[in-house]
Ligand binder design. Structure first.
Ligand SMILES: N[C@@H](CCC(=O)N[C@@H](CS)C(=O)NCC(=O)O)C(=O)O
Length: 211
């Protein structure tokens, strides 16, 4: 397997967690987002969207982290990253979507760059934007978790929801968002990060990490 990756990409971080959790070996191909490598013609050949992650497996090229997570779950079902019961699976996917489709796109690199380039927002204004959408997203997720969580986001086993939550909390910390109002999120994040599969997927452990 080959993962087109970037150490600080939270979408790629989700996929790294799932690959590690399932014990799947993969080669990492770093795409330097800060150097705009995602918009270079050779990478656009690989993903016309100009986004990481991209996963290649058995001659198939896959884009978009949530479909990639679902592919991994279907193709390599053990150990499972979804609950056994249908309502539990739907709940895990709902939390994953709330993160990946509601919070993340608003705070993506190209959005922040556009706010700066087209509207002249300075760093403080971009940070205010970032923190606003983070709080708008994490507040309801904290409430969702009050209904679904055990040790992890849904019950007592890690699932796709946790694979999405941990990278989002990483982003929140990176931009000094206030996590005080979210005790359940903080508890689950800490518990997940103690698991080797999650720990080894962390940005600072990636080969292209700049520290
Ligand atoms: N919906 C996509 C989002 C992918 C995405 O936005 N990736 C970011 C890194 S986290 C990226 O490649 N950004 C490049 C850019 O904004 O130019 C997914 O879940 O895979």
């Amino acid at each position: 397997m080959r993962l087109y990756d970037y150490w600080r990409s939270s979408a790629a971080y989700r996929v790294r967690i799932a690959l590690n959790f399932k014990g799947l070996a993969y080669e990492q191909v770093p795409i330097d987002l800060r150097a705009a490598a995602q918009r270079a013609p050779d990478f656009l050949e690989i993903n016309p969207q100009g986004l990481v992650p991209v996963l290649e497996d058995e001659g198939v090229r896959l884009t978009q982290s949530l479909p990639i997570l679902n592919y991994l779950e279907e193709r390599y079902p053990t150990p499972a990253l979804l609950p056994k019961d249908a309502p539990g699976r739907a709940t895990s996917r709902a939390i994953a979507v709330a993160i990946a489709c509601e919070i993340h796109p608003l705070n993506n690199l190209r959005v922040l760059q556009y706010l700066e380039r087209e509207f002249g927002l300075d760093e403080a204004q971009r940070l205010a934007w970032y923190r606003h959408w983070m709080a708008e997203g994490l507040g309801p997720i904290e409430a969702m978790l009050a209904r679904s969580a055990g040790a992890f986001c849904v019950g007592d086993a890690p699932s796709l929801a946790d694979a999405c939550l941990v990278p989002q909390v990483y982003n929140a910390r990176r931009y000094q968002c206030d996590l005080e109002p979210y005790p359940t999120i903080r508890r689950i994040d800490e518990r997940c990060r103690a698991i080797e599969a999650f720990a080894n997927a962390a940005p600072e452990r990636q080969p292209d990490a700049v520290t």
